[in-house]
Design a protein. Structure first.
Length: 133
């Protein structure tokens, strides 16, 4: 993240890479599902009173694997989306701060093995930490 500060307002830009994985495996491993999501996003931000609003784009890459009775099926989805962010820079000292935030992403992804697209909506709550130099 980078910021250009004025007296009351600031503008900034954030580049982020997020990774999430969900694994739903049974005890005997004959039936399971795994969903892995990689997201890279770029968002411009406007700051006022340490509260920020961001708008950006994201690149989605989703991998889905299912095992049913020992038979494995896999699919990969990729595409672009839009991202809205709302957060707060909570300064603990002059140079160290915490950033609780919420974001909402709307993505249109396509399967690499079939035609047609899927619209995905996701809500994220994050906490980040930063240093000012």
């Amino acid at each position: 993240e980078t910021k250009i500060r004025g007296k009351k307002y600031a503008i900034g830009m954030k580049i982020a890479h997020e990774i999430a994985s969900i694994d739903n495996a049974s005890n005997n491993q004959t039936n399971s599902e795994t969903l892995a999501v990689n997201r890279t996003s770029v968002a411009g931000r406007i700051y006022a009173l340490d509260i920020y609003f961001g708008l950006g784009i994201s690149l989605e890459n989703i991998s889905y694997t299912a095992i049913n009775s020992g038979v494995t099926s896999r699919d990969t989805y990729s595409g672009f989306g839009y991202r809205l962010e709302l957060g707060y820079d909570w300064y603990w000292s002059k140079s160290f701060y915490c950033m609780p935030a919420a974001s909402y992403t709307i993505s249109n992804v396509k399967s690499d093995t079939s035609t047609g697209g899927v619209k995905l909506n996701s809500f994220n709550a994050t906490v980040g930490f930063g240093l000012n130099f």
